[in-house]
Ligand binder design. Structure first.
Ligand SMILES: [Zn+2]
Length: 139
C-alpha cells in the first residue's frame, strides 16, 4: 500500500482526507498530475528528508518524468549518499529506456559508496530479481 503525503508539509495523510490535518492544505483540488509535479519539485527541496520522501514516492509510483531529474542529480555535485541511494532504488523501479544507462553511469560516480551501490543495483536488475527482495536496500 502506498503512503500518501501532503505535498505542502510532507506529513503523512489519509488518502480520503479533503484537507491536510497538519497544515490545512486543500487536497481535494489536487489532480494526479499536480501531485506528481509537487513530488518532482520536492526533489530540490532544501530539507533532505523531504527530498528523500519525494524520491521514494516517485519510484513507488513509477513516475517516468522523474528519470531525467534523477539523471541530473546523479550527474551533479550532490553528495548526499542516502538521497542518491534512494534515487538509484527508485530508478530501478521505473521501467524507462534510459534507466540502465543512468545506473551504469552512476557506477563511475565520484563517491565510492554510490559506485558500489549502483553496481549492486545493476547486478540485481541484470539478474531480473523481483523488487520485493530489494527491501534490504531501502532501510
Ligand atoms: Zn500538510
Amino acid at each position: 500500500m502506498l503512503t500518501f503525503y501532503c505535498p505542502k508539509c510532507w506529513q503523512v495523510v489519509n488518502e480520503k482526507e479533503k484537507t491536510c490535518p497538519h497544515c490545512g492544505f486543500s487536497l481535494e483540488k489536487l489532480s494526479n498530475q499536480e501531485y506528481d509535479q509537487k513530488l518532482l519539485d520536492a526533489l530540490h527541496h532544501t530539507i533532505p528528508e523531504r527530498r528523500m520522501i519525494a524520491a521514494q514516492i516517485l519510484g513507488n509510483l513509477e513516475i517516468q518524468q522523474a528519470v531525467p531529474i534523477f539523471k541530473q542529480i546523479l550527474a551533479s555535485e550532490v553528495e548526499d549518499y542516502y538521497f542518491l541511494r534512494t534515487i538509484l532504488i527508485s530508478l530501478a523501479k521505473i521501467d524507462h529506456p534510459e534507466r540502465m544507462e543512468i545506473i551504469e553511469n552512476a557506477t563511475h560516480h565520484t563517491s565510492n559508496l554510490v559506485c558500489s551501490f549502483a553496481r549492486k543495483i545493476l547486478k540485481k536488475l541484470n539478474e531480473n530479481q523481483p523488487i520485493e527482495t530489494w527491501d534490504e536496500f531501502s532501510g
